[in-house]
Design a binder for this molecule. Structure first.
Ligand code: GMT
Length: 383
């Protein structure tokens, strides 16, 4: 199948999922065309089935805001015609679903039918999409999609609860490449970071407000009073400087390391004893799944789809959003009990295996078949 993937190329979870899905589809023989405004960060290798089409947009004095959606729709039209695509798969509704809808309508005037699937990832529904400045367009473009998927049952439900959706939404969860995300022996790094055998707590994200990273620092502050430990914060984003300030206020700055954006996240995850995810909104929690694949138990909030990934009392513990006392109590009890910690590490890996890309890729392929089989095929021009 010839598939156009529209996504954000940056570090966000939706771009990671879109890129990894495209790579996996290409490996099993599909032709994949990425359409976005810069090279996706995880698209760093050559495969004869992968193509990249850059959306470029020229500035003009009249434009206070650059009309990206129009440029994207025009690029989609161009790629569908020239590459004879069978299907578009757009990740993150805003503005990708409405751009795909517009492209589809333009192509219809040229006698071409192109179905499009919208995958809802999280804040496109739970935060940004709900805002009155976007809601009518989000509702309309979800209802006009030829297929809609959500990355968790919780996100599917929230979409139905918050928007007037008449379309069916299928749940296809996030996935993990277990070849890449596995526990690596990096004992020399661990000794460098924890020279006195301290326990290592870790978090990775794009440091936005929804992640409540201040709760992570507060949990760590409590844990440290009972257990010698260190905290690694991986990633970067708007909350970074206020978090640094909180570390200083709580006097834990010497035990917290900020590593910035890292590509080899699995190497660092392999060092961790616990992974913390305290978000107030989290449709799935791909970062937690990546940690679990590296045999790291999770201390998390109960936001959104997290309980569909982290199983309370099995792969980690779940507390109410903002309940840092409970999170710290759970972390301490796990870190103090070596047998339980070892058992939770094994459980985390076996739960992660359920989300192996080998299991999830066929779900997307079946969904593609279903959507395209309802659709009219691309005409063979000039034949
Ligand atoms: O919020 C982010 O970290 C980025 C965001 C995105 O859409 O780019 O991530 C969302 O999508 C991921 C992949 O499907 C999910 O695993 C994350 O849980 C989700 N983030 C939120 O819901 C906050």
């Amino acid at each position: 199948m010839k598939i156009g993937i529209v996504c954000y190329p940056t570090y966000g979870g939706s771009g990671v999922v879109a890129t990894e899905l495209g790579k996996a589809l290409a490996k099993v023989g599909h032709q994949v065309h990425f359409i976005t405004y810069s090279q996706p960060s995880r698209l760093d290798f050559f495969n004869e089935n992968i193509y990249y089409h850059e959306v470029s947009i020229s500035s003009y004095p009249l434009f206070q805001y650059l009309p990206y959606e129009s440029a994207l729709a025009s690029k989609i039209v161009n790629v569908v015609i020239n590459e004879k695509l069978d299907l578009l798969h757009v990740h993150y509704a805003i503005p990708h679903a409405s751009a795909a809808f517009l492209a589809k309508q333009i192509l219809k005037t040229k006698g071409i039918h192109i179905p499009f699937i919208t995958t809802l990832h999280g804040t496109d529904i739970t935060l940004v999409g709900k805002d009155p400045s976007f809601e009518p367009v989000v509702t309309f473009s979800i209802n006009e999609s030829d297929g809609v998927t959500a990355v968790s049952e919780s996100l599917r439900q929230e979409t139905y609860d918050e928007f007037e959706i008449v379309n069916k939404i299928a749940v296809i969860p996030n996935f993990i490449d277990l070849e890449r995300f596995k526990k690596l022996r990096k004992d020399h790094f661990k000794i460098a970071i924890c020279p006195n055998g301290e326990k290592l707590l870790m978090h990775t994200s794009n440091f936005r407000k929804v992640k409540r990273i201040e709760d992570i620092v507060k949990v760590f502050h409590i844990v440290k009073q009972s257990i010698p430990s260190k905290l690694l914060l991986v990633g970067d984003g708007p909350e970074r400087s206020s978090i640094e300030m909180l570390c200083r206020d709580l006097g834990v700055q010497d035990d917290v390391r900020f590593l910035g954006k890292l590509d080899v996240i699995e190497e660092v995850l392999s060092l961790a004893d616990l992974f913390l995810l305290t978000s107030e909104k989290e449709s799935f929690g791909l970062a937690a799944l990546e940690a679990m694949a590296c045999e790291v138990p999770i201390i998390s909030s109960d936001a959104g789809g997290i309980p569909e990934v982290n199983i309370h009392g099995v792969t980690g513990y779940i507390s109410k959003i903002g309940d840092v006392e409970d999170m710290a109590k759970n972390a301490i009890s796990l870190l103090q009990d070596e047998n339980k910690l070892a058992e939770f590490k094994v459980n985390a890996l076996s739960r992660a295996k359920e989300f192996d890309i080998e299991n999830i890729l066929p779900m997307y392929e079946r969904y593609y078949e279903e959507v395209t089989s309802k659709s009219w095929k691309f005409p063979n021009f000039g034949e």
